[in-house]
Design a protein around this ligand. Structure first.
Ligand SMILES: [Fe+2]
Length: 297
């Protein structure tokens, strides 16, 4: 097998669009097979994002990324990062071919394993890729696993996912929104202003600027139940970002059993991605400029 080709197993049409499904086993990172072009894509993306993220990403993110020993020089070896990560928080990276089925993904997180896609995008895809690749997973997700509180939150999320999977599809929809609006697209309030911690943002040049600088999106205080009722966008920048005041706030929110919450939410309508409610703590009310009226999921 040519290890430069991720092994697609099948594709499935879902309510979130066309979703590729890959071989679901853990695979060794074929580090020796990365080409000079692959390393150069990593370098370009790394340098561009780090320059942009100083003053935009949360302090925790930047400190953690440096502490891991990630550099632009070459695609890091998972084995090297794992030595640092295991010592810091007991997490480890495992190589995968791409997106995993939900339950498999949750089980990895519940056991403090973070699946990282081993392949990296092509040079012509620097600005956008529809699915996670190595840059999104490694640059975006992995650094905060060095933070003890965030690391515990990710495990709690995985355990919650295993539970929700057993409860049913509606519970999973609610829980997935929490992941989307925190792990992927979360903002945090620091003493010196709003900062980014979501992986979907830090791995995107355009959204790293838009989420903080644009008047268009809402910026609203974190509220667990509100988030679980809120649809989101997978094809455009977010209409709403939710702002936490600390990672402890996230961890505390996941403390209680979500089952009564799922039961309550089952009888309630969801909110559109761009809605602002009277009960919201509004940091910024979006102008809505450029929003399309449909396409929430
Ligand atoms: Fe992600």
């Amino acid at each position: 097998m040519n290890s430069q080709q991720p092994r697609h197993v099948e594709h499935q049409q879902t309510d979130k669009g066309y979703v590729p499904v890959y071989t679901t086993t853990v695979v060794a990172q074929p580090w020796a097979d990365y080409t000079a072009t692959d390393h150069d894509v990593w370098r370009q993306l790394y340098e561009r994002q780090r320059a942009l993220l100083v003053g935009r990403a949360s302090d925790e993110f930047l400190v953690a990324q440096d502490a891991m020993g990630m550099t632009p020089d070459a695609i890091p070896k998972f084995d090297d990062l794992n030595e640092v990560l295991r010592a810091a928080t007991g997490w480890e990276l495992v190589g995968v071919e791409g997106l995993l089925p939900e339950l498999t993904f949750f089980e990895h997180l519940a056991n403090r394993r973070f699946p990282v896609t081993w392949w990296i995008r092509k040079p012509e895809q620097l600005d956008y890729l529809a699915e996670p690749d190595l840059f999104h997973d490694l640059f975006g997700h992995v650094p905060l696993l060095m933070n003890p509180v965030f690391a515990d939150y990710m495990q709690a999320y995985g355990r919650g996912g295993v539970k929700a999977h057993g409860i049913g599809p509606e519970a999973l929809v609610n829980l997935t929104r929490l992941y989307w609006y925190t792990v992927e697209f979360g903002l945090i309030q620091q003493n010196d202003g709003l900062r980014i911690y979501g992986s979907g943002i830090v791995s995107s040049k355009g959204e790293s600027i838009y989420c903080l600088d644009s008047d268009a999106p809402n910026r609203i205080g974190f509220d667990l139940e509100r988030i679980m009722r809120t649809r989101y966008r997978i094809d455009t920048y977010q209409k709403t970002y939710f702002v936490i005041d600390s990672f402890e706030q996230l961890m505390q929110a996941t403390g209680p059993d979500f089952r009564p919450l799922y039961e309550r939410l089952a009888s309630q309508d969801s909110y559109a991605a761009g809605d602002v409610l009277d009960s919201d703590q509004v940091f910024h009310r979006g102008s809505g400029e450029g929003w399309s009226s449909d396409g929430d999921v």
